[in-house]
Design a protein around this ligand. Structure first.
Ligand code: F6P
Length: 317
């Protein structure tokens, strides 16, 4: 199943799981709409040609959902009953933090072998260098910012561009480095005040006629609109604009990187099951497949390298 927010490369992962399993003599069933489909029994057998012509497609052919019912013991019992009825012995869950948390609870409660694949544009799962979908989203952000830069430069404006991340700053920080932006405001370092003050203090460099600041969405700290309002009040001399990239970051054809890691991780999920691994997430660290216990993958906050902030600061003078 795919669960939670869709991410480019999920289809490549479904294809890999299906074909790796079939080539090893294992039957595969697709569960539709994430945990919702497990609770309601929306389940269909997948064959090699069920996953033809999907490696290049964004979204997920299995559909996805966030399922409140699965968060209740009654919902999980229904899910388990459907699993038994369908003759399913193990689950492969492709999703982010919330989806793997669901898998961990379910695995513990019913003693079901579950393997997780990190599928999220946020890149916020511990124990893997990147998650499936992150690279594509990053490239989409860079492409969008290159376009915004044209307007920013022509009108000599200051843009605050809000990117996704669910309280993680990977997209904002690396998006800023890759697009040559002036700064990134990310939740991890609580840099909001400093970076904004920095901007206010130093203003535009003389040879620069525009500035772009990436802002990671953050429920607790507010987003680009809040920061822009503050900027307008404190520095009315700037011509400030806000752009919220939103869900366009989640769509599109996956990059080669995402297709490759999704294919490798999907195949590794079947190897893991055959090795009697259970309740682990498949990760890739320094180009090697690793098994990461759910508790480590979910609970730990994946740290952002301070070096990245230094690079951004140093190169945006
Ligand atoms: O987890 C992926 C993500 O795109 C986050 O970056 C974002 O906060 C969230 O999902 C948005 O969720 P939804 O599509 O349900 O509004």
């Amino acid at each position: 199943m795919t669960s939670g927010g869709d991410a480019p490369g999920m289809n490549a992962a479904i294809r890999a799981v299906t074909r790796a399993a079939i080539s090893k003599g294992i039957r595969v069933k697709g569960i539709y709409r994430g945990y919702k489909g497990l609770v309601t029994g929306e389940i269909q057998e997948l064959y090699t040609d069920s996953v033809s012509n999907i490696i290049q497609r964004g979204g997920t052919m299995l559909k996805t959902a966030r399922c409140a019912e699965f968060m209740t013991p009654e919902g999980r019992q229904m899910a388990y009953d459907n699993m038994r009825r369908e003759g399913i012995d193990a689950l492969v869950v492709i999703g982010g933090d919330g989806s793997l948390t669901g898998a961990r609870i379910f695995a513990q409660e019913f003693n079901v072998p579950c393997i997780g694949l990190p599928g999220t544009i946020d890149n916020d799962l511990f124990g893997t260098d990147t998650t499936i979908g992150y690279d594509t989203a990053l490239n989409t952000i860079v492409e969008a910012i290159d376009k915004i830069r044209d307007t920013a430069a022509s009108h000599e404006r200051l843009f605050f561009v809000e990117v996704m991340g669910r309280d993680a700053g990977f997209l904002a920080l690396n998006g800023a480095i890759a697009s040559g932006a002036e700064a990134a405001i990310i939740p991890e370092y609580n840099t909001e005040v400093d970076q904004l003050e920095d901007l206010i203090e130093h203003g535009f460099r003389k040879s620069k006629n525009s500035s772009i600041v990436l802002v990671a969405e953050s429920k607790s700290k507010g987003g680009a609109l809040d920061i822009a309002e503050r900027m307008k009040t404190e520095c009315p001399e700037y011509d400030v604009r806000v752009s919220i990239l939103g869900h366009l970051q989640r769509g599109g054809s996956p990059t080669a990187h995402d297709r490759i890691i999704a294919s490798r991780m999907g195949a590794a999920a079947i190897d893991a099951l055959l090795e009697d691994q259970r309740n682990v997430m498949i990760g890739i660290v320094r180009d090697e497949i690793v098994y990461v216990p759910f508790t480590r993958a979910i609970k730990n906050d994946k740290p952002i390298k301070p070096e990245l902030l230094d690079v951004l600061r140093e190169l945006s003078i």
